[in-house]
Design a binder for this molecule. Structure first.
Ligand code: WTA
Length: 690
């Protein structure tokens, strides 16, 4: 239950200024609305739905569901019977009804400083319509699956929304293509991340070959030449006559100009049987396209969850519920105002990018920064340079990025003013209080509240989160549930715990944006999320509730260690390690131990300029022992210059566990961003306890 009053001690607030314009201005205001959202969800979500365009109205219950496997099949339905189109709501509605056609939808900022492009809502609508017509001309129909494999460029958003416009289901992939899918594939030649060239075309060709080998041929590939006009002239030959430079090509020209001078471009092999050129196709396409009216529960996209826990699952989201939920969370969690400039640094290929770069912000008519590059290129001030350049007001990133930048101290941050910033957000993993403090004190200068948003690919949008002007913050706590979300904490026997407690985090009822199924495997959906505790959606995360009712995620349940009968949260140990000034990042896994059950194997990445030695090792052991207790004393500490991460920045603990145990069979590591890191860690394993 949410307490009636917010605590006054040991909490942090943003500046008072924020309250003046905020949608939700106080804790009491939050609580009142929260109760309404739980007691009368139809009315609460019905109000949200009023902002959107519905071709036909819904019939029956607003939100219908079964969360109990013992009573039959699990299902969630939102606004059954209604029809709409999400691209219409994101674009046409903003351009025509809300008169936001000239408003900037995206400031695109390339990997190289100086590469930039501005796209208004009207231009985005035209480009989406054009590409929707291209897809149609290639035979793509409502319900077809389209796979997208592209870098962080505006065309990626265009491709997603073009699919949505014609009712096709997009699935953005990063490394390996799931073999069960796809009519066409949309991809690009490649891109630069910092100094490193990523040749997407070659990677995609390899993946396609694998699909063919397994008997799943992909019929068509549309390729965007992002880097290479040279490639167009050499390898692509007559497939792509020189373009008349219209809007999409402007970006091309500008980048090509730069890239030509400074960078080698990828040479892309071209197979005229399968490969088609994006620009050539778009050039002849009309920029008007009547949207396909979709049922509320028609699929919108499939997204394969990161491989940090076993084989990927295709999480399926549907049109109306996802639209309402991403729109409402974006508006209230970032306290979105019409003149905001919002920047989410996530990869669009991650759920964070889907919900909070594409769908949520555009549904609100927001102006966003879309950044192709890295926080450390060309130097570690890049983020703050961009914040000043576009006067970013709301900024959303991951704890891993914060810890990375923290390594370099406050000077690179303070080189820039950051006066425009109002709200800071984090997502992806528990943020250790050390990093939280740095983000709050140094980046936000104690003025900006931090919204520590807990959610999952499966939840579609934020489920536990502070609201910037209403919720007093505690560093490291995702605080309270969002509207319509009812959390509970269960013990091992599935009993709900009251008051301060720790156990499994579950949800008791759905909200509009929760996933509907695992694509092609409803049984796996039920088994993964609903079988362990009938009647509840099980997140797989551990959680603690404190005396003030605040929720603290303690990490994945599978990241909990049992040392001599004591449950230990790896996140807690990591946090204690990172509090040492020599440590920039830490990851802790269990290693089987003959007496204790499990022992603690710690990987530490040191701050810039620090060298690893025995004295430091002893200090780290002492630090953890003092912070948590003797039971948590690390058994092994390994100096890890880098940690294995997914492209979305999540540490792959599963891989670290294998390294700790010297097991070379790593399973599926296709989502790993840089596989050389793993080999290096294997070579420098600790064999004897410290
Ligand atoms: C973790 C990311 C603590 C959690 C949107 C969850 C978090 C998993 C937080 C989902 C947070 C995400 N505090 N833990 N603020 N946000 N997580 O599917 O373990 O990539 O289950 O979605 O990330 O990761 P996913």
């Amino acid at each position: 239950m949410i307490p009636d009053k917010a605590p006054k001690e040991d909490v942090f607030h943003g500046s008072e200024d924020l309250k003046k314009e905020a949608h939700i201005t106080s804790f009491e205001n939050y609580k009142e609305l929260y109760m309404k959202s739980i007691e009368n969800p139809d009315e609460f979500w019905g109000d949200v739905a009023k902002d959107f365009f519905w071709k036909t109205k819904h019939t029956g219950q607003f939100l219908d569901y079964n969360f109990d496997v013992t009573k039959g099949e699990i299902f969630v339905k939102c606004m059954e019977g209604a029809s709409t189109n999400i691209s219409y709501n994101l674009l046409d509605r903003n351009v025509h009804e809300r008169k936001l056609g000239d408003k900037v939808a995206f400031y695109w900022e390339g990997n190289e400083p100086g590469d930039e492009l501005t796209v208004t809502y009207r231009e985005l609508l035209q480009r989406v319509c054009q590409f929707a017509n291209v897809l149609k001309s290639q035979g793509v129909k409502k319900g077809d699956r389209v796979s997208i494999y592209m870098p962080m460029v505006v065309e990626l958003v265009v491709a997603m929304l073009a699919c949505a416009r014609i009712g096709a289901v997009h699935s953005i992939v990063r490394r390996s293509l799931p073999s069960s899918l796809f009519l066409p594939l949309i991809r690009s030649d490649g891109f630069y991340r910092g100094d490193k060239l990523i040749n997407l075309k070659l990677l995609a060709d390899e993946a396609l070959q694998k699909c063919r080998d397994k008997g799943f041929p992909i019929e068509k590939c549309i390729m965007l030449k992002h880097l290479s006009k040279e490639a167009e002239e050499t390898s692509l030959g007559s497939q792509s006559p020189p373009a008349k430079r219209s809007c999409p090509d402007l970006q091309q020209e500008k980048q090509t100009g730069r890239v030509k001078k400074t960078r080698p471009v990828p040479q892309v092999p071209w197979n005229p049987e399968v490969d088609l050129c994006w620009h050539a196709l778009v050039r002849g396409a009309s920029d008007e396209c009547e949207p396909e009216w979709c049922g509320s529960e028609d699929p919108l996209f499939i997204l394969y969850t990161s491989g940090s826990t076993g084989k990927p699952k295709g999480v399926l989201h549907t049109v109306s519920g996802y639209m309402l939920y991403t729109a409402a969370t974006f508006k209230l969690v970032f306290d979105y105002q019409l003149d905001d400039v919002y920047w989410c640094t996530a990869d669009i290929g991650w759920i964070t990018g889907h919900s909070y770069i594409t769908y949520g912000p555009l549904a609100n008519g927001a102006t966003s920064v879309l950044f192709e590059g890295l926080p450390t290129y060309p130097d570690v001030s890049r983020m703050w340079e961009i914040v000043d350049k576009y006067h970013v007001t709301k900024f959303y990133t991951a704890p891993t990025a914060i810890r990375l930048l923290m390594k370099y101290g406050s000077e690179p941050v303070q080189k820039y003013k950051r006066e425009s910033l109002k709200v800071l957000g984090t997502v992806g993993e528990p943020i250790n209080p050390e990093a939280w403090q740095w983000y709050y004190n140094v980046v936000g200068e104690r003025r900006c509240p931090i919204v520590d948003t807990f959610w999952q690919t499966e939840t579609g949008g934020h489920v536990l989160t502070p609201l910037p002007a209403a919720t007093p913050m505690k560093p490291g706590s995702a605080t309270f549930p969002f509207f319509g979300v009812v959390p509970a904490i269960l013990n091992e026997s599935g009993e709900e715990l009251e008051g301060p407690s720790e156990g499994y985090l579950v949800f008791k009822q759905p909200w509009p944006g929760v996933m509907r199924t695992v694509y092609g495997n409803h049984q796996r959906f039920e088994t993964t999320y609903f079988k362990k505790f009938p009647g509840y959606y099980v997140t797989g995360d551990g959680c603690r509730r404190d005396k003030d009712g605040y929720y603290w995620i303690t990490g994945r349940i599978d990241d909990m260690l049992n040392v001599s009968g004591h449950l230990l949260s790896t996140a807690e140990v990591e946090s204690a390690l990172v509090e040492h000034e020599a440590v920039a990042e830490a990851a802790v896994v269990g290693r089987p131990h003959p007496v204790k059950g499990e022992s603690l194997y710690c990987f530490v990445t040191l701050a810039d300029g620090v060298t690893y030695n025995r004295t430091l090792e002893a200090e780290l052991k002492k630090q953890v022992r003092e912070k948590i207790g003797a039971i948590a004393t690390p058994d092994y500490i390994q100096n890890a210059p880098a940690l294995p991460k997914t492209r979305s920045g999540k540490i792959m603990r599963r891989v670290l566990r294998k390294i700790a145990c010297d097991e070379r069979d790593l399973g599926d590591i296709s989502t790993l961003a840089d596989s050389s890191v793993v080999e290096q860690l294997f070579q420098n394993r600790c064999c004897t306890a410290v």
